[in-house]
Design a protein around this ligand. Sequence first.
Ligand SMILES: [Zn+2]
Length: 122
Amino acid sequence: MTKMFATSICCMDGRIQMPIYQWLQSNYGAKYVDTITEPGIDKLFFDSAKAEQIKSKVLISVNKHNSDVILVTGHFDCAGNPVSKEEHVEQIKNAVSVIKSWNLPVKVIGAWVDDNWQVVKI
Ligand SMILES: [Zn+2]
């Protein structure tokens, strides 16, 4: 099947949506990006109940759309999760390891969206 979908787990912030979409298109050949958002979503993976809610959405993207790459991001100036970049990076790394533990047949990537709205892989 032609690769069509990628999955983005990101904050609801409107400033990061297009950069993430374009980055997944350029770097992973995705035509469409399924997007799962919550404010400051990178921190939620420390809460197993919240991680399970996100997982149920991810499974739709992976099982119904055959997405083969999941990108989880944190970003500069996050109103929903106003911690330092260093803390975001730790949260993103944790999120990547939680998602990898789901053992889905997909690539799992973490990235930071910086103050120029550039997506930088972690
Ligand atoms: Zn945010």
